[in-house]
Design a protein around this ligand. Structure first.
Ligand SMILES: Cc1ncc(COP(=O)(O)O)c(C=O)c1O
Length: 391
């Protein structure tokens, strides 16, 4: 291993949201934060060094998002995920959420409906509701082992004539699925038959664990004609604070519609340091990601061991992707309040309550295990002790 994940920098007294908002969120400072989806792991040194080099130049005026950076990302995606993206398909956006909002505006109008499959990243349905579109909740199906799949029958039943979009979380936060080709193929067939555009949020695509594979939705049959794909350096390289994401649209008509909204909001070119980091990550980040995934998966296995030891209280879902564990805690208490109290007061761990990912997230928590070996050991000790002592 070339990279070391045994320790990480201390984020206390930085503006890290995960730390700054702890008291507001959990009512105490005495807590290990394992909530917001970034990593307590240092961003790659080679990216830090590239940024420092640019910093030394002293002038930080307007800059273009460099073509070489777009090219680096396209080459990464086409090489690793078998996509056939071209540079003309890609636009810079500062955040995935901004892209989702622009898609809602470009491809639907007020009163239209949008499909969201819960449990899923909360802003998916919040943004739809805030833009006065109707959310169609097509709940994922969970088996006895905590493994989630699409409910195709219910999806077909729920589609209406005004259903314009489906928001796909691929891979899925928080349920940890890397959707299989066959599943995406069936999803595509239904969407195509009903003229539904798929917004495929692929932010976690680089964090798929072997033997699973990331399947880009745009590579399914002729899905690229109805797909808007979203990518970012945020999750993969722990660079969310640099605000650099892209939207990729291969169909020219869809791209034209999107471009009109994009132009209206004057998204700009991103910040200078994000340009450097973006290019550097996609050019030189492959080995780092491979080693990061080994480390993250070990963390998951350690966590699973503790959960399995206390399986009468907590059931952890299998994981194929992401650094977010999804844990069924219904046996810990019959309300979210009781479950939250257990984690805050007894385990002293700050998590996301499952309900924030949709109604069927009730009774679950999401635990972010992306931290150093040293940090996860402390968290696991807290968890093990609290579960052992829980009455
Ligand atoms: C699936 C998914 N999409 C979007 C986001 C947010 O991305 P951004 O900060 O670029 O809006 C997250 C963050 O956790 C996420 O997990």
């Amino acid at each position: 291993m070339r990279y070391d994940f045994s320790n990480s920098s201390n984020r206390n007294n930085t503006n890290a949201e995960k730390y700054q908002l702890v008291y507001e969120k959990f009512g105490t400072k005495n807590i290990i934060p394992a909530w917001i989806a970034d990593m307590d792991i240092d961003s790659p040194l080679f990216i830090q060094e590239a940024i420092k080099k640019r910093f030394n130049h002293n002038i930080f005026g307007y800059e273009m998002f460099p073509n070489s950076a777009f090219e680096a990302q396209i080459s990464w995606l086409n090489t690793h995920y078998d996509t056939d993206y071209l540079q003309k398909n890609v636009l810079y956006v500062h955040s995935a959420r901004a892209t989702i909002n622009m898609c809602l505006e470009a491809f639907s109008t007020q009163g239209d409906s949008v499909i969201v499959q819960t449990p899923v990243y909360g802003p998916f349905f919040d943004l739809v509701q805030e833009s006065k579109r109707e959310v169609i909740f097509n709940e994922l199906v969970c088996d006895d082992y905590g493994y989630y799949t699409f409910d195709f029958d219910n999806l077909k039943k729920q589609i209406q004539t005004n259903t314009k979009l489906l928001l796909l979380c691929n891979p899925a936060n928080p349920v940890g699925r890397a959707w299989k080709k066959e599943e995406l193929h069936r999803l595509h067939t239904i969407c195509k038959e009903n003229n539904i555009i798929v917004i495929s949020d692929e932010l976690h695509c680089d964090l798929v664990y072997k033997p699973n594979k990331h399947i880009a939705f745009s590579t399914i049959d002729d899905a690229k004609d109805l797909t808007v794909s979203i990518y970012s350096i945020g999750k993969s390289f722990n660079l969310s604070g640099l605000s650099a994401s892209t939207v990729i649209i291969q169909n020219e008509k869809l791209k034209e519609k999107f471009d009109r909204v994009y132009h209206k909001y004057q998204i700009g070119q991103g910040n200078i340091f994000s340009h450097i980091a973006f290019e550097e990550a996609y050019k030189n980040g492959y080995q780092w990601i491979q080693e990061l995934k080994v480390h993250l998966y070990e963390n998951y296995e350690l966590l699973k061991k503790i959960c399995d030891k206390h399986s009468h209280l907590v059931k952890i879902s299998p994981i194929e992707a992401t650094y977010l564990a999804w844990i069924d805690c219904k046996a810990l208490g019959n309300s979210d309040e009781k479950i939250n109290n257990f984690f805050i007061k007894e385990a002293k761990i700050g998590l996301n309550s499952g309900i924030s990912f949709g109604k069927n997230g009730q009774g679950y928590v999401r635990l972010n295990f992306a931290m150093s070996k040293e940090a996860i050991k402390i968290l696991l000790l807290n968890l093990d002790n609290a579960l052992s002592n829980h009455k």
